[in-house]
Ligand binder design. Structure first.
Ligand SMILES: [Zn+2]
Ligand SMILES: [Zn+2]
Length: 448
């Protein structure tokens, strides 16, 4: 069978399973779970792998599920990833009433598309024509949320990193993978697309990474009206710290895409007492690891200066976040050509740098990855108006394009996978990556 005949057969097999693929996506949509707690979602993946007769292992970074489909040889391994977790959006119509979790980042689509790839390869008997293996990997905790909960998991020794892919890399669960493909849904405001019900595909280029921050200012409580002179106002110290960062903003280079967006999670205890314990969370985002570290130092200096000005204390906890994303250009070209054949070349574009972040960025430092944004949704990501309008594109055609890309990579002797690896230079080894993560992990204190 030629490569193109095989591609056609796999695409037909995926199309024939459309109702099952949608049913899986909808079942996960109906039961959203937050990162490192995705037990019901993982069980759905296990059931799907089981019904395909795939060998799988579970419990990777608590909830991950991993299946390996063997080729006629195992020269290289291509992984297709799907993320298990939801985001918190209590206003979304499908939100879980207890946790507020909702799938308005479309990870349910990722899982269904990943299973769809397995269905297509299996039903078409494709693996016997491939010189490498395919790993289907349902991975936990892409959204960097519930920082306090994850910090507790870390203190209990259950995880080390708050992002699922970082944790999986640390645990060695990507040691047997050479390159990874994954899709993420994207929303569109393009009226023509919304009216026609036909979305488009954006190949992704680069994205920001970030360092997570927990900041605590400590002052001295005192009566806010009768004896403010006896107190040290931690809220004022915090505001001075944030103003210090704002004063630095004109030193942030446009090309570094710096973002600092703190929230004050505790601003004081009682209105008539000088605030003595004020807490803040933030990310520091930037487009490269060097920029991340440089701006983080500057921002910490400004935050400390707020404490210095007021005679307060500050504790700044820097937490490993996500690394910037770099997509492999050969993989992007292959996926783009396959997607273009399905939806029309004019519907496949290259997206500019994205100032948001994903833990696929971490993976992209140690292996080639391709992470397209598939625009079949309306509203906003992470918001209550998020909704899918092009099910055919996000569930079926994306899975077909990824399956075709896997065939390109592994057909015959997996020569194209070899070419990708030949053309690709990893930004870090796994050891260098783990060293970087540890170098971020630090607590700075100033004053009391
Ligand atoms: Zn998201
Ligand atoms: Zn997401």
């Amino acid at each position: 069978m030629t490569k193109n005949e095989l591609k056609a057969k796999v695409c037909q097999a995926i199309a024939a399973r459309k109702q099952e693929i949608l049913a899986l996506g909808n079942a996960i949509y109906a039961e959203p779970e937050l990162g490192y707690k995705e037990t019901k979602t993982a069980a759905k993946v296990e059931a799907a792998f089981g019904s395909l007769g795939l060998d799988y292992s579970k419990g990777h970074a608590l909830t991950g599920v991993k299946a390996r489909m063997k080729g006629n040889a195992s020269k290289r391994t291509v992984a297709m990833l799907g993320e298990l977790d939801a985001i918190v959006c209590p206003d979304h119509p499908m939100a879980d009433p207890a946790s507020g979790a909702a799938h308005c980042c479309g990870h349910n689509v990722q899982i269904a598309a990943m299973v769809a790839v397995g269905m297509g390869l299996k039903d078409a008997g494709a693996m016997q024509h491939l010189g490498g293996d395919v790993v289907l990997f349902a991975v936990p905790a892409e959204e960097y949320v519930e920082i306090t909960y994850r910090n507790n998991l870390r203190e209990q020794g259950k995880i080390e990193y708050f992002g699922g892919k970082a944790e999986l890399i640390r645990l060695g669960d990507f040691d047997d993978v050479d390159m990874a493909l994954q899709m993420h849904v994207q929303t569109t405001a393009n009226q023509q697309e919304l009216d026609s019900g036909k979305g488009s595909v954006a190949l992704s280029s680069t994205s920001n990474g970030f360092i997570g921050k927990l900041v605590q200012y400590t002052g001295r409580a005192s009566h806010a009206a009768a004896a403010p002179d006896q107190g040290v106002n931690a809220l004022n110290a915090c505001m001075m710290g944030v103003m210090g960062v704002n004063a630095l903003r004109d030193t942030f280079k446009e090309s570094d895409y710096v973002r600092f967006h703190p929230i004050i999670t505790q601003g004081g205890d009682l209105v008539n007492v000088v605030p003595s314990d004020v807490r803040m969370e933030s990310y520091v985002r930037a487009a490269s690891t060097a920029a991340l570290k440089g701006y983080n130092e500057k921002i910490n200096r400004a935050l400390e200066a707020g404490a210095m000005a007021l005679g307060a204390g500050v504790k700044i906890q820097d937490l490993p976040g996500y690394l910037p994303l770099y997509n492999d250009t050969t993989l992007n070209d292959l996926f783009g050509a396959n997607a273009g054949a399905l939806v029309g070349e004019e519907k496949v574009v290259l997206s500019p740098h994205m100032s948001g972040s994903t833990d696929t960025g971490d993976l992209s430092h140690i292996m080639p990855v391709c992470h397209p944004w598939v625009g079949g949704c309306s509203g906003s990501l992470h918001a209550k108006n998020y909704a899918i309008f092009d099910e055919e594109l996000v569930y079926v055609q994306t899975a077909q394009a990824i399956a075709m890309t896997i065939i390109d990579l592994l057909y015959g002797e997996a020569e194209t996978a070899e070419l990708v690896l030949h053309n690709h230079k990893n930004l870090m080894s796994k050891a260098e990556y783990l060293t970087f993560m540890e170098s971020v992990n630090k607590t700075t204190t100033f004053g009391e």
